[in-house]
Design a protein around this ligand. Structure first.
Ligand SMILES: [Zn+2]
Length: 280
C-alpha cells in the first residue's frame, strides 16, 4: 500500500496563512504540541479517506481498549489518542502525529495472544509519547527534503507547511515519509513498550514473540512497525535484554481468556478468507 498510493492534487491556492505557518516552522527547531496536533488532524483526515477502515464496533473497541489501557499506564500525555483498525492483509501498524494509531487487521490476526497485540500497539504509542514524529520532522527538515516539499506545497496547498507536505506527497505516502523512524527511535519505542506493558498488566515478552512472527512472515515494505531499521533479530536481542533487566511483576496477562480469538474469528468473517490469506 505504501508504494501504490495515488498522488492527490492539492488545490492551487496560496495564502498568507501558509506562508506564516512556514515561517513559524522554519523558525523553531521542532514541532510544537499545537503544530503536531494540527498536522495529525490533517493527516488523519486524509488517511481515513485512503485506507479501508474496518468499520466494526466490536473489533474497534477491542483494539481501542488495549490502546487506552496502555495510554493510561504511560501517564499524562499531551495528546488524546485514537485507535483505528485498517482492513489490510499486511502485518503493519503506524502512528500519525498527535496520537492517531492505525492497526492492520493482519496484525490482529497474526497475534498469538493479546500481549503480542499490546506490544505492537505499545510500540506505536511510544512513537507518539516520546515525540519521535516531531523529532523526525526536525531531522527530515534539516536534510532539506521535507523542507523543500513543504515550501512547494505550502505555496500551492495552503494550510500548514507540514500538512501541505502530507497533502502533496499523497496522504499515505506523506505520512509514511514522516513515519520513517531511525534505529534510535525504533529502539526507544520498543523500550517504551517494555516499560508500559507491565504497568497495564500485559507481559512485555509479547513484543518479543511478535518479532518472531515478523521475522518468520516477512511482510510489507515501507515505513512501518515491521520494516524499521533494526532487523527483527536485533530487536529481539535488545528487547529481550531489556526485559531480563526489568523486574516484572507476577501474573502478567499473556492471553485474555479467548477474547482475542473471538475478535480474530470476527475479522475473518467480516473480511472474508482473503483477510487471512496467503502472504506474498
Ligand atoms: Zn516503530
Amino acid at each position: 500500500m505504501w508504494q501504490g498510493s495515488s498522488r492527490r492534487e492539492a488545490p492551487a491556492r496560496a495564502g498568507a496563512a501558509a506562508l506564516a505557518a512556514l515561517i513559524v516552522l522554519a523558525g523553531c527547531g521542532t514541532l510544537s504540541i499545537p503544530q503536531e496536533r494540527k498536522l495529525g488532524e490533517d493527516a488523519n483526515r486524509q488517511i481515513r479517506q485512503q485506507v479501508k477502515l474496518l468499520r466494526d464496533r466490536v473489533v474497534h473497541d477491542y483494539v481501542a481498549n488495549v490502546g487506552a489501557e496502555l495510554v493510561v499506564a504511560a501517564g499524562p500525555q499531551p495528546f488524546e489518542y485514537e485507535f483505528y483498525v485498517v482492513e489490510d492483509d499486511q502485518i503493519n501498524a503506524f502512528a500519525l502525529p498527535a496520537g492517531f494509531i492505525y492497526v492492520h487487521t493482519e496484525t490482529i490476526l497474526k497475534a498469538r495472544n493479546v500481549s503480542e497485540l499490546a506490544g505492537v500497539v505499545g510500540h506505536e504509542v511510544g512513537h507518539v509519547a516520546r515525540r519521535h514524529i516531531a523529532q523526525n520532522y526536525k531531522r527530515q527538515r534539516n536534510t532539506g527534503i521535507l523542507h523543500q516539499v513543504a515550501v512547494i506545497s505550502a505555496g500551492v496547498a495552503g494550510g500548514s507547511a507540514a500538512a501541505g507536505a502530507v497533502n502533496l506527497l499523497g496522504g499515505v505516502a506523506g505520512v509514511a515519509y514522516l513515519n520513517t523512524f531511525g534505529r534510535e527511535a525504533e529502539a526507544d519505542a520498543d523500550a517504551f513498550a517494555v516499560e508500559v506493558l507491565p504497568r497495564a498488566g500485559y507481559d512485555p515478552r509479547g513484543l518479543v514473540s511478535f518479532f518472531d512472527t515478523l521475522a518468520r512472515e516477512g511482510g510489507a515494505g515501507g515505513p512501518s512497525f515491521l520494516s524499521s531499521h533494526p532487523a527483527p533479530k536485533d530487536r529481539i536481542q535488545a528487547t529481550s535484554a531489556r526485559i531480563a533487566a526489568a523486574h516484572l511483576p507476577p501474573n502478567l496477562e499473556v492471553s485474555d481468556g479467548g477474547r482475542l480469538e473471538i475478535i480474530q474469528q470476527r475479522i475473518r468473517l467480516l473480511v472474508g478468507e482473503s483477510g487471512s490469506g496467503s502472504k506474498r
